[in-house]
Write a protein that binds this ligand. Structure first.
Ligand SMILES: Cc1ncc(COP(=O)(O)O)c(C=O)c1O
Length: 377
């Protein structure tokens, strides 16, 4: 091979790709078991559903394994029909992909070019920053309020005639906060028809009980695409299936750039089965909200000040990046994986996902054990 690898990539790879940081996922359980030779690990790092998928989802996925020699239904007729029934839409209003992040990538591919102006908030979902930057978009980030909420007034002011896309994670990850109906209305009053709005509602099932949470399905804006997922409340993060709703013209254009056979057949069937099991979903939401309240109380009693959350995770301040890393490392030694938030530009915060009763007890016991050591810092 001629030329040094560095020179080759400098010539071939656009600068906006070279500057990208690879997405960092929560530490896998097996990795920690290998590294520390532990018998028990609680992963509270990726906002998953710790109770797992519905048995109906598992049954449907298992059935579909016998047909794995066939390509999936590229129109996902069965899953789209079910979603259309539930949400009173047409199949043409529904997009599917490998997780909601997969659909986000297709939105970027279909609607953005290098230099397109994209507006969002600081301290929001990293996956979106990576996707927008990978297209070479000009990302405008508006600082959040001091309560770690999207600053909707400032965002409305930041909209320009060039703004092509606005991304709102509602509720937001990693802060767990949400924009209210009033704030959503205010923002939409300032958005023109030629700007597309992504409403990322990955944690919508947990926020829906809040009376002032704007469920995007109660609105009908032609320039809004709602994104939802089976990865969180439905417990299907491992199979990668997300869904989106929007005007049929928008969805038709998304489908032009989408890889034809996503989501795979097991994912399509598993998602269909998950939608059949409302009691499983309700139990997940009830337990999550109960355990979140308990965890919030626990953290407050230990002198931490968690950000008020409407999701399945809590984010709390440590005071410095060093302290966040120390807490993370000490908990890893005890077999508990949480998430430091340096990559989210919140180095003095960490995030803990709500787990099962057993996992939460493990977290509390580990915290009580390591806090004296942690406080020495
Ligand atoms: C706000 C937000 N949007 C989207 C996603 C991605 O979800 P999916 O698994 O559907 O790609 C996440 C995952 O953590 C998230 O926090």
């Amino acid at each position: 091979m001629k030329g040094k690898p560095q020179e080759i990539s400098n010539n071939l790879v656009p600068s906006y790709i070279r500057e990208l940081q690879v997405y960092q996922a929560g530490k896998p359980i097996d990795e920690l078991i290998r590294e520390k030779n532990l018998s028990k690990v609680s992963k509270l790092a990726s906002n998953e559903n710790p109770w797992g998928p519905s048995p109906l989802a598992i049954k449907e996925m298992t059935k579909s394994l016998w047909d794995l020699h066939r390509y999936p239904d590229m129109h996902a007729y069965k899953l789209k029909t079910k979603l259309a029934e539930i949400y009173n839409l047409k199949r043409e209003n529904i997009a599917l992909g490998n997780g909601s992040e997969g659909i986000m990538a297709y939105i970027a591919r279909a609607f953005l070019n290098e230099g397109s102006e994209v507006l969002t908030s600081e301290n929001t979902f990293i996956g979106f920053y990576i996707i927008a930057r990978s297209i070479g978009a000009n990302l405008k980030l508006v600082p959040q309020t001091k309560e770690y909420k999207y600053d909707i007034e400032a965002m409305a002011k930041a909209i320009s005639p060039e703004t092509k896309l606005i991304y709102i994670a509602n509720p937001n990850n990693p802060t767990g906060t949400y924009i209210t109906k009033k704030e959503f209305d205010y923002l939409m009053d300032h958005v023109s028809d030629h700007t597309l709005v992504i409403l990322d509602e990955a944690y919508f099932e947990f926020a829906k009980p809040c009376p002032d949470y704007p469920d995007s399905m109660d609105y009908r804006y032609d320039n809004v695409i709602t994104l939802r997922t089976f990865s969180k409340a439905y417990g299907l993060g491992g199979i990668r299936v997300g869904y989106g709703f929007g005007h049929e013209d928008l969805i038709a254009n998304l489908n032009k750039v989408k890889l034809p056979f996503e989501p795979n057949s097991a994912a399509q069937n598993g998602a269909w089965g998950a939608l059949e099991d409302q009691p499983h979903l309700e139990r997940t939401i009830r337990l999550t909200l109960d355990y979140r309240e308990e965890c919030e109380q626990y953290l407050k009693e230990r002198g931490f000040n968690p950000i008020s959350s409407v999701t399945n995770f809590l984010t709390f301040q440590t005071g410095s990046e060093e302290k966040s890393n120390r807490l993370y490392q000490l908990l890893l030694d005890e077999g508990v994986i949480i998430r430091p938030l340096k990559a989210n530009e919140m180095p003095d915060y960490v995030r803990v996902s709500i787990g099962t009763e057993e996992e939460m007890t493990h977290f509390y016991q580990a915290m009580d054990k390591i806090l004296p050591e942690y406080k020495k810092l």
